[in-house]
Design a binder for this molecule. Structure first.
Ligand SMILES: [Zn+2]
Length: 247
């Protein structure tokens, strides 16, 4: 069976002379692993279009046991990312998130859009990396069934509070009074960061990155999103550790 789809290469491994195994986040089938034969061939352009972080049009043969990429033409290579080791590290973290959370052989169009938009903004330098990272983390978690509840204080239903707190362990908000009573630990996201976090998960995907924060707000925002994701996944992301080491 032949399959024609667009897809982002999120992992590559050399498996033998001239053959590579790649993991593709594809539009039609979600996560798939596929072999690229004659990957070193200069003529076809297939080799280049199936490198890590290429978004390409792919012709794939689906055999009984494996997928084989017959042809590939690149649509977007995100070249500026390849010239910046810190941005590249963050991009690879997004790839690891996709591998960890997205379903196999099942399309996840919203997840793919969030990842592609994140790579695009990072590549263009159009948004601070802390906004791209935190917004992507919150939205991807929401798409994969772990949406935090940021509508109002989880206890008294107050919508706004100067000292609203986000609890990364449970993904809820508590106002200052309810937090005191609960004796739990939270991150003070106040008015600004709370609003930004709501925007990331409740706005349409094309608008989810459209907000700004002060330097201090960015740090709180980034910390809240990352802790929420790490608490949920209970996983040590090597690419995240590398990114933090690089910046
Ligand atoms: Zn409350």
């Amino acid at each position: 069976m032949n399959l024609s789809t667009e897809g982002l290469i999120i992992k590559e491994q050399n498996t033998g002379e001239n053959t590579r195994l790649v993991t593709v986040l594809s539009k039609e089938c979600g996560l798939i692993r596929a072999f690229v034969k004659n990957a070193g061939s200069i003529k076809s352009g297939k080799g280049a279009a199936t490198r890590l972080l290429c978004y390409s049009r792919l012709n794939i043969f689906k055999g009984r046991e494996s997928y084989i990429i017959d042809d590939a033409q690149s649509i977007e290579m995100f070249m500026p990312l390849r010239l910046d080791v810190t941005k590249m590290a963050l991009a690879e973290y997004f790839c690891e998130l996709a591998m960890r959370f997205f379903p196999e052989d099942e399309p996840c169009p919203d997840g793919l859009r969030v990842i592609l938009n994140s790579l695009y903004l990072l590549s263009k330098g159009a948004k601070p990396p802390k906004i791209v990272k935190g917004a992507a983390e919150l939205r991807l978690m929401s798409i994969c069934g772990y949406m935090p509840d940021l509508i109002c204080c989880h206890n008294c239903k107050k919508f706004e509070d100067e000292n609203m707190h986000f609890l990364p362990q449970s993904g809820i908000l508590l106002c200052s009074d309810c937090l005191k009573q609960s004796k739990q630990q939270g991150i003070n996201t106040g008015l600004g960061v709370t609003k930004a976090m709501r925007h990331c998960i409740y706005s349409p995907i094309e608008k989810m990155f459209s907000f700004n924060l002060s330097q201090e707000g960015l740090n709180v925002f980034e910390r809240a999103a990352e802790l929420y994701l790490l608490n949920l996944s209970d996983y040590d992301f090597k690419t995240l550790n590398f990114y933090k080491m690089m910046r």
